[in-house]
Every structure is written in C-alpha cells, then in structure tokens.
Design a protein around this ligand. Structure first.
Ligand SMILES: Nc1ncnc2c1ncn2[C@@H]1O[C@H](COP(=O)(O)OP(=O)(O)OP(=O)(O)O)[C@@H](O)[C@H]1O
Length: 228
C-alpha cells in the first residue's frame, strides 16, 4: 500500500543544524508530531508544506511527488498558532478566503461555506468580525476554512497552544470528528501528553532533526521522557 505521506531522506541545513527526515505514514489518521523544543518539528512541517526547500531527498503525498511544487499547489492546508484570520473581515469572508483569495464565489461556494460553519458549530456567525471572537471560535473559523479547501492533508502547527485546557479538549474532539467525517490526514505538532494519548492514532517523535519514533502512542517511551 502506498503511504499517504512519505519522506525519503529529506535533508535541510539551517544555520549550523542538519535535518534528515525519513518517514512513512498511512492515512487517513491523526498523527501527533512531538519532541523537545528545537528538535525540528516546525522544520519538518515547513518541508512538507514547501515553505522550506530540501537540499536532498523526496516528499510524496498520496503517491504523488510534491518536492519542488509551490506551497499553494500542495494538497494541504496549514493552520498556524494564530490561525491567520483577518480582523477586518467577517467570519464568512475569512472562510471564503480558503476557496478564493479574491473572494470571488459561486452560489455553490456560498453553500459550502454555510455547511462548513454549521459543521464547526458556528452557524449564524457569518457576519461577525473575527476580532470579536473568542479563542475557541477563532479556532472553529480556521477549521471551517480548512474544510472548504477540501485538501486531504491538514497540518496544525501548535494551533491549540493559546487555548486553555477545557477548550483544547473541545477542539480536540471537534478535530477528531472532522477528521473522521472528511477522511483527512491530520498532522499536529503537540506538546500536550493528554492530547496525544486521547486523539492521536500515531505519534512521530523528532529528536535532533530526525524521526526517532513512529508508532502507537501507548507504546511510545517518550510519554514518560517528555511529559513525566
Ligand atoms: N532559518 C533558520 N536558520 C537557522 N536555524 C534555524 C532556522 N530555522 C530553524 N532553525 C533552528 O533549527 C532548530 C529546529 O527548529 P524548529 O523550529 O524546527 O524546532 P521545533 O521542534 O519546532 O521547536 P519548538 O518546539 O521550540 O517550536 C532550532 O534550533 C532552530 O533555532
């Protein structure tokens, strides 16, 4: 079976650091990317997303080589910690940006936006400005934008980091539901042991720019090592 995501000795040299990632993941599932601060989690994401070009190796997603392809053309959505919402636009337009950067929408697109907002529990929020939303609501808008993009991979770069524990729990449940409903491959950088155990199907541990574990969360030694 072709792995959903394959990195074959993907190397990068940043400053004095060398990164060399080798990884094969089946999909769709939720994969937590963990490891100590500075180990290379974000660098891995930047390589997968195409923000950082590798100096060697190859990356394939759902069997298609993506190395050298522009970030916007890769089959993924990237959610950053601040969610990349535009404060001067309302919720509907923020979600619409996932479909069209110029906000040119068909009737079908408008329906898709309404469905996505309902899916994330924000029906009726269309005309609200995002600057007035709570942290959890902003997270939901970011999920709705990801849903309308309909890309098979979703990368969450510490997207829940600014939320309190209760909200992280809720957002974890919402993410799990959306992942199952839409059969997405979710990769999430996480520093939260409970989150990893509760929602991740697999764990990838990064240490010094390399993958040192890829497998089941419950048999992962790093649970004690990083989160004792
Ligand atoms: N453009 C760059 N130039 C030089 N060094 C870099 C560059 N980008 C990243 N690094 C270094 O590479 C290492 C890995 O960075 P990365 O952001 O991938 O770590 P991380 O595991 O995501 O860390 P954290 O959990 O703290 O966010 C760090 O030591 C960082 O300072």
């Amino acid at each position: 079976m072709t792995p959903a995501l394959r990195l074959e000795h993907v190397t990068a040299h940043l400053g004095a650091r060398t990164f060399d990632y080798d990884l094969a993941l089946e999909g769709p599932q939720i994969v937590a990317i963990t490891g100590a601060s500075g180990s290379g989690k974000s660098t891995l994401f930047h390589l997968i997303a195409g923000f950082q070009e590798p100096s060697g190796g190859s990356i394939s997603m759902n069997g298609a080589e993506v190395t050298g392809i522009a970030p916007g053309k890769r089959p993924l959505t990237y959610i950053f910690q601040d969610h990349n919402l535009f404060a001067h636009l309302d919720v509907q337009k923020n979600v619409a940006l996932g479909i069209s950067p110029t906000l040119t929408l068909s009737a079908g697109d408008s329906d898709a936006i309404s469905r996505a907002l309902t899916d994330v529990g924000l029906s009726g929020f269309e005309k609200r400005m995002t600057q007035a939303l709570s942290g959890g609501e902003k997270q939901r808008v970011a999920f709705a934008r990801a849903l309308v993009r309909r890309r098979p991979f979703l990368l969450l770069d510490e997207a829940f980091a600014s939320l309190d524990e209760e909200l992280r729990h809720q957002m974890g449940d919402l993410l799990t539901r959306l992942q199952r409903q839409n059969a997405m491959m979710v990769l999430m950088i996480s520093h939260d042991r409970r989150e990893v155990v509760r929602i991740a199907d697999q764990v990838v541990e990064i240490d010094d720019g390399r993958v040192v574990y890829c497998g089941n969360p419950t048999s992962w030694a790093g649970l004690g090592k990083y989160f004792a």
